[in-house]
Every structure is written in structure tokens, then in C-alpha cells.
Design a protein around this ligand. Sequence first.
Ligand SMILES: [Zn+2]
Ligand SMILES: [Zn+2]
Length: 258
Amino acid sequence: MELKNLLKQIFYPKNLTCSVCRRESFSGKSICEGCHAIMPYNNKSVCGHCGRATPYSVEYCDYCKDKQTYIDMARSVYEYEYPLSLLVRRLKYGGERYLAEEFAESMQACYFKSIGYADCIVFVPMTDGRKRDRGYNQSEELAKALSKLICVPVIGDVLVKTRETESQVGLERRERLKNVKGSISIRNRALIKNKRLLIVDDVMTTGATLEVIAEKLKDAGASEVVAITVASVTSKKWTDASREDEISEKSDKEEQKN
Ligand SMILES: [Zn+2]
Ligand SMILES: [Zn+2]
């Protein structure tokens, strides 16, 4: 490396622009102090099972209570609110792949605090076609970035998405589960036998996708399945969040056409 560039790296931190407001960040961090102050950290009371924000700490929130679940525990770093929601959309639809590494740093702390340990990481699969359109699978990017930080290997060739699922918006939980169930298959079962697996994803909305994956992993011999996501949506806000997601995806496709 040229001396000039080396000096530049030492004296000017790499992220001078805030990932949220795009203004200059003087804190040396990728999110400026002003934006950092309004990030919706999910660090108050949460459901002991799904990790969604709750008014007070409970073992099972209203949503998890009396439901059969294959996920042993889920945790999320943020609530899916502005400005985090903006960053997630930029990662998913705006091609801003570098955000995966930034999110992984905050997931690392959450992992050690609440999840503790895992034998292997898996991520939510995408069809080849979708991955080609988007350029990458954001769950895979998050999984790989987190893997480096927590030293747990990613096993990428276990879950396969065989077909696109129709829009989940407006569907009841049971319909969502059915919708997702037929679209994911498992390979290389030997890799996950008797393992404690960590599923990594961007946002947990209803959790339908994560549940289906957990069920398949357990059927295939995994001993435990835990999940970590960048953000989670509290149950009252599901419909809005998935609609918002669908709108972003549409506008992203329209932008690509132009
Ligand atoms: Zn900012
Ligand atoms: Zn819950």
C-alpha cells in the first residue's frame, strides 16, 4: 500500500458518512450521534421466547402463548422502526451490501448476551432467480459477517428455496406457514444432526418463515434451533411492516426497469 493511502487510513476513519442521514459522521462510527440516539434498540422488556418487545418482561408473549413452536429461542437487536427500517430496506432492495457487516457487529453483542452458543449457522435461503436479481441474499450476507465475528461456521448447503412464495401480505398465520412450507427443502442432513443451529435473518415479522425452517431442521435431526435477526416486528404492527416491505420491493423492481 502506498504511504499516502496508509496515512489516509490512519487519520481518516473509513466511514465518514452516516449510513442513515448520509451527513458527515464525526463520531468515527458509521451512524452519526444524532441518528444513533434514535435507533430503536430492542433492549427493554422482551418475550423470553421470541424476543419481541413487550410492555413488561414475560416468558411467553400473547403471540407465543399456547402455540406450538419449533424455534427454541429468538432474539433481535432492534425493533423494526425508523430509522432502522430504512437501513434494512437499503440492505434488501437498495444494493447496500456493506450494511450487513455493520448489522453483524450489533448482532454479535446480542448473540453473546442472549443466545450464548451455537454449533453452526444457517440462513434463510433465496431462489437462484431472486438472488440473481438482487445480486446477493441479505440473510446469507448477515450470516457470513456474523460468522466471522462469533467464530461459528456457516453451513450454506443445507436449506434450499425451490420456488418463489406468493405474497404473504394479508394472509393468516396458518396460510403463511403452508405457503412457505412447500418452498423450502433440506439437503445434507448429516451436517446438522444433533447440532444446535442458529438461523440468521434480517427481520422477523410473523416468524412464519423461521418456524418452517426450524421445523424442517428439527425433522432432519437438529437438536436445537435458535434464531437471531437484525430486527423484529411487534405483533400489532405486522400488517403495516409486510405491506411496507412489499411496496419497497415493487418500487425497487420498477427502479431496475428504468
Ligand atoms: Zn446520521
Ligand atoms: Zn413471544
